[in-house]
Design a protein around this ligand. Structure first.
Ligand code: NDP
Length: 296
């Protein structure tokens, strides 16, 4: 039986979306409508679903959604020209280029052509540098969502030992920076880490962002620790397709103090934080106070 508190990311994300929508409604009274442009190149089925969800939730929050769907064979020149146009469009406050891009396009070049102030994914090299040096940045959505859940559950994170398993640019590294900024003692683990179970057992907070189904077992967890499972893995079990995280939920939830489920944990927070980032970008662009509790 699970003894851990289940951190309900779905409910928390709904609260974030409500906060965003309330703030957007106030901005609209002042004649300002935050706008998010999403650029999709090609026909990747998963990307199409993500883009559709992002568009729907953007509109539901009262913001303007601009979807740009380009054919897979779009040239780099044309894509950069579109981004330049969006950079200079005052009705667009956030720009998101859906990754992965087709192979002939240089993702780094494309992402770094976005105006950093409109880079709501937080992947532009300027935002990466700002985050790393503790300055005001646009923060990547998934780690921002994890941070919100942790703060909500634990209050102050100061002095806690945090282990982030995974060192990707989109999750692991920015997650570690955010935890460090909240004064955790941070360890970043990866595929070359020696004795990973022992490293995890020292943690008050474990964030798993690995992409390996149910890798983090219950006996890797310190009793009472808070476990954030970023993983989204589709597996076949008992003849059915099932969504599981990077944490073995059944065993970990018997040891942890609190844990995010998959689905319904970190996943819903990512789009909620995209909306929050778009709102933040809009407030900054208009010289207005940023929404409280929706930034790092
Ligand atoms: P990446 O594949 O980019 O990175 C995975 C990381 O895990 C790498 O740093 C890798 O180490 C490390 N790793 C791989 N195998 C092991 C191992 N056996 N032991 C320890 N570390 C290991 O993945 P992402 O960061 O993009 O995504 C991670 C997970 O999060 C995926 O399941 C993804 O689907 C999910 N995800 C969920 C999101 C959400 O909205 N909830 C958003 C983004 C991702 P090394 O660097 O040494 O190779």
């Amino acid at each position: 039986m699970s003894t851990a508190t289940i951190i309900d990311g779905k409910a928390f994300a709904a609260k974030v979306r409500e906060q965003v929508a309330a703030h957007v409604a106030k901005l609209k009274e002042q004649g300002i409508t935050p706008g998010l442009a999403v650029v999709l190149v090609g026909e990747d089925p998963a990307s199409k679903v993500y883009v559709r969800n992002k568009g729907e939730q953007t509109k539901a929050s009262g913001m303007a959604s601009f979807e740009h769907k380009l054919p897979a064979e779009t040239s780099e020149e044309d894509l950069l020209a579109l981004i330049a146009k969006l950079n200079s469009d005052p009705s667009v406050h956030g720009i998101l280029v859906q990754l992965p891009l087709p192979k002939h396009l240089n993702s780094d070049l494309v992402i770094n052509s976005i105006d950093p102030a409109k880079d709501v994914d937080g992947f532009h090299i300027s935002n990466v540098g700002l985050l790393g040096t503790g300055q005001k940045a646009m923060v990547p959505c998934t780690p921002l969502g994890c941070l919100m859940l942790l703060r909500d559950h634990l209050g102050s994170l100061s002095g806690l030992n945090a282990v982030v398993v995974g060192r990707s640019n989109i999750v692991g590294k920015p997650m570690a920076q955010l935890l460090l900024a909240d004064s955790c003692t941070v360890t970043i683990a990866h595929s070359r880490t020696k004795d990973l179970p022992e490293v995890c057992r020292r943690a008050d907070i474990v964030v798993a962002a690995v992409g390996r189904p149910e890798m983090v077992e219950g006996d890797w967890i310190k009793p009472g620790a808070t476990v954030i499972d970023v993983g989204i893995n589709r597996i076949e079990r008992d003849g059915k397709t099932k969504l599981v995280g990077d944490v073995h939920f059944e065993s970990a939830s018997k040891v942890a103090g609190a844990i995010t489920p998959v689905p319904g944990g970190v996943g819903p927070m990512t789009i909620a934080c995209l909306l929050a980032n778009t709102l933040t970008a809009c407030c900054r662009a208009n010289g207005l106070a940023e929404p409280e509790g929706l930034t790092a």
